[in-house]
Design a protein around this ligand. Sequence first.
Ligand code: ADP
Ligand code: MG
Length: 414
Amino acid sequence: DQAVVKQLKQQLQKVFGYSSFREGQLDVMMSALHGRDSLVLMPTGAGKSLCYQLPAISSDGLTVVISPLLSLMQDQVEAMLAMGIPAATLHSGLSSEASMQTLQQLQQQQIKILYVSPERALQPSFIERLQGYSLSFIAIDEAHCISQWGHDFRPEYGQLGQLRQYLPNVPFMALTATADAATQHDILERLQLHNPHCHRSSFDRPNIRYVVQEKYKPLKQVKDYVKKQKGAAGIIYCGSRKKTEEIAESLQQSGIKAAPYHARLEHQLKESTLRQFLRDDIDVVVATIAFGMGINKPNIRYVVHFDIPRSIESYYQETGRAGRDGLPAEAVMLFDPRDAQWIQRMIDEQDNEHRRLVEKQKFSAMQAMAEAQTCRRLVLLNYFNEFTDKECGNCDLCLDPPKRFDALEDAQKA
Ligand code: ADP
Ligand code: MG
């Protein structure tokens, strides 16, 4: 083992230019190299990619990385190639020539890390090829997409467990930055992880200040807030496509560089909005949940929730996009109890009983966070089973505690 650790350290420096491992990275890498399954829970920006990239290059076989987004795969492959690591990607968006070329390189064992879309990973012809290679391990990034109760379910992700049947001796590594107990359970079960090494870092993002405000004149509140941010980069999440367009337009009319983003917009428009946002040509993206996964923009200073999300997982994933650079950032949610009642009704109207129960539970935790009277960070971390009673000092309730005499006041008013 010592020799392996030494080799990993050398490659960490030589290939990636880093001087030390971050918390948990080395253990996760060693598990993969020992052929053990693992579940890796680390917050956004903690360095999950390295957990599979480094063991991939230091082992003999091929490592397959499954990732839900083309852009994520492309970014990583480019970064790998720039470091001189033979990496490639296979997905439906490639020309047949490009695919052929990659397949040939695979055949000739010229590739160490192969990024594939889940669709591709499940194709029988592709699985057959994999059976012919010597595989080091399979990494499943953004593994929360496996859970159908999660906030970003991908049906093909749910089926990835099938791979086990065909590749019984290949270890799996599942990685995610947001998974509550139910989602973790789903990941373990659906991927049939055997006696996995589970690593969990604290999900805490101490540089993010959590704030919940009463929603009374939402459009004006948002406008005032954005203006105060003086051109800093931010995302405003809201519950409908229509609202993204209305709010973006209203911000534009106030001279703010804003653009809407939702699933129904044309692909090219979405791409260009994303690019402009990354280049700081647009300051604010007003978006549905369609915007976000894999956005690697370190200097997002705030995330506003115009509407309450359906779960703490969604909320945490979305707010987690702020402050990846470690500098102070803010997560502001506008809350109206009537919104919560409306969502509860929507959930109650569903036919599937199990789904109804799970969604109810997830939403009631979210609502409890919005209505909390004590440190919001504690509520969030407790939800992810991190128990501490140290108040954070960096949320609205810590900074400006609610007055404790409301009842008396109300009585007097009455
Ligand atoms: P995650 O997938 O967990 O959100 P990434 O894998 O994208 O995070 O890594 C976030 C950043 O941290 C990247 O810029 C990466 O290069 C950097 N990083 C990862 N591990 C280390 C390390 N051991 N030392 C220094 N930087 C690291
Ligand atoms: Mg990642």
